[in-house]
Design a protein around this ligand. Structure first.
Ligand SMILES: C[S@@+](CC[C@H](N)C(=O)[O-])C[C@H]1O[C@@H](n2cnc3c(N)ncnc32)[C@H](O)[C@@H]1O
Length: 453
């Protein structure tokens, strides 16, 4: 009888003699830097690294250190000598893991995280990281993913606490735009009587009114369905979409699509439940910079030049077209690839509302061939990066690449492949799209080296 891999596995030494658990110890530590993920990094007397959330570089702290994980984890007990970059945190306990840091320190730490990841991956020092400051460091979120939980008829709404599935209930949030803040007070009332838990995305839709996208696991009270319906029919909300766990299709009320202000100042529709950056102004800043870097002229600017031609552009992971609406301008052609059908429909709608030509293809961007005439590839993949697309670009004759990334580690991995395939990294820039958090958006530009295949 064939044996499965489990049966075939030889017992390992640690199975027979599991290491005894070590007791946490209290240590005085000096924080050296901030790691991707947000924690401060220090070293113990035996040089083992320890990660302590809620700390700032340069400060002396006391922490309870658990050496049973690798790297060791520390829990901040007290700050002995604070960093000058430490500020009073006003965080609600939700996702803002860097609210105790000055904006200047956040920017510097983001830039260093990106620089060191890329330097390690390409085996050389990258160009100096240019930092694009956030348009608004607070009250910037024009879209938010909330978390709701119903128990004994009462529904509490907040965020998932950092690093856990626990609910951090919130009545006010310093990073939420005032236009969305009202939702925090309204949702517990709308969802009252429901049991279970759900994710609730809130944004602004048509006419600047609220749109709500609910994914619920459990029972949604009949009064909740009625309250949602009433808000749409009375015009208080533009739309809502409710997806019950296990249901094939969501219930749709009104028009649940978020509408943001595009980088060209005109409205841009986003498919309900599909990707959109967390702030309109941040998304516009990013899109404008990506479009600039995609142009031929970045290397040799011409005085007084009009919008220069982009050549034939291939955009991978295009979403609802936040970048496409700028890339299509001045391009000889634009092909945008996106796997989410609803997002692709929105991208088509956004291009045609502007009379822009562009072909939007529903396909796997990571397995999409690079058309031989493509001169520029712009890609904006999810956190996992784009291993397949990177390999295809590396084997192509594309001249310029603009890579937008929300994860420095996978960006660095993919840039390593492109640099080894004879592309030169000309620009490395961070865009502060998520102030008060350790998340960072990066834009990298590469050009094919002269004489390369
Ligand atoms: C980070 S978002 C960028 C979207 C767009 N550039 C924007 O700024 O709104 C990544 C997009 O890639 C899409 N996506 C994820 N995996 C994909 C794949 N294998 N092929 C094509 N699109 C994919 C997602 O649906 C999402 O719209």
């Amino acid at each position: 009888m064939p044996q499965g891999p489990r049966a075939a596995r030889r017992p390992r030494a640690q199975d027979q003699h599991p290491r005894p658990k070590r007791r946490p110890s209290t240590e005085v530590l000096r924080i050296e830097s901030l790691a991707a993920g947000g924690a401060g990094v220090a070293h113990l007397a035996d040089h083992a690294a320890v990660f302590v959330p809620g700390t700032a570089p340069g400060e002396e702290i006391e922490a309870e250190v658990d050496r049973n994980t690798r790297p060791a984890r520390g829990k901040l007990l007290r700050v002995i000598a604070p960093s000058p970059e430490r500020v009073e945190a006003t965080c609600c306990g939700g996702g803002c893991d860097w609210m105790h840091l000055s904006v200047r320190a956040q920017e510097a730490a983001h830039a260093e995280i990106v620089r060191s990841a890329v330097a390690h991956a390409i085996g050389a020092e990258p160009p100096p990281v240019r930092v694009h400051a956030a348009p608004e460091p607070l009250a910037y979120r024009t879209r938010a993913r909330l978390y709701a939980r119903g128990e004994r008829g009462r529904v509490r709404v907040g965020y998932r606490a950092v690093g856990s599935h626990a609910l951090a209930p919130v009545s006010s949030c310093a990073v939420l735009a005032p236009s969305l803040a009202a939702a925090l007070g309204e949702l517990p009332e709308v969802l009252a009587g429901s049991s279970g838990e759900g994710d609730v995305q809130v944004a602004l839709g048509a006419g600047g009114r609220l749109v709500v996208d609910v994914t619920w696991r459990g029972e949604l009270a009949p009064s909740a369905w009625a309250a949602i319906d009433r808000r749409i029919t009375e015009g208080a909300w533009a739309g809502a979409r409710v997806r019950m766990e296990g249901a094939k299709t969501p219930a749709v009320f009104g028009d649940p699509r978020p509408v943001l202000e595009g980088a060209d100042g005109a409205p841009l529709v986003v498919a309900a439940g599909s990707f959109a950056q967390s702030s309109d102004r941040g998304a516009a800043l990013l899109a404008r910079r990506v479009a600039e870097l995609a142009r031929v002229e970045v290397d040799a600017p011409r005085e007084g030049a009009d919008v220069p031609a982009n050549g034939h552009v291939l955009e991978l992971f295009a979403g609802s077209g936040t970048l496409s609406i700028l890339l299509a301008r001045g391009a000889a052609s634009l092909v945008a690839v996106e796997s989410d059908e609803a997002a692709a429909r929105s991208a088509r709608e956004n291009l045609s509302a502007r009379d822009l030509a562009g072909k939007v293809v529903v396909a796997d961007a990571d397995a999409h061939p690079i058309p031989p005439r493509a001169e520029v590839v712009v890609l904006d993949p999810p956190r996992a990066g784009a291993e397949g697309a990177t390999a295809a670009i590396a084997a192509s004759r594309v001249h310029r690449i603009v890579y937008v990334a929300c994860d420095p580690a996978t960006l660095a991995r993919d840039l390593g492949v492109l640099v080894r395939a004879n592309y030169a990294l000309t620009h490395l820039e961070t865009v502060e799209l998520f102030p008060q958090t350790s998340h960072v958006e990066t834009v990298a530009r590469l050009v094919r080296r002269r004489g390369a295949r």
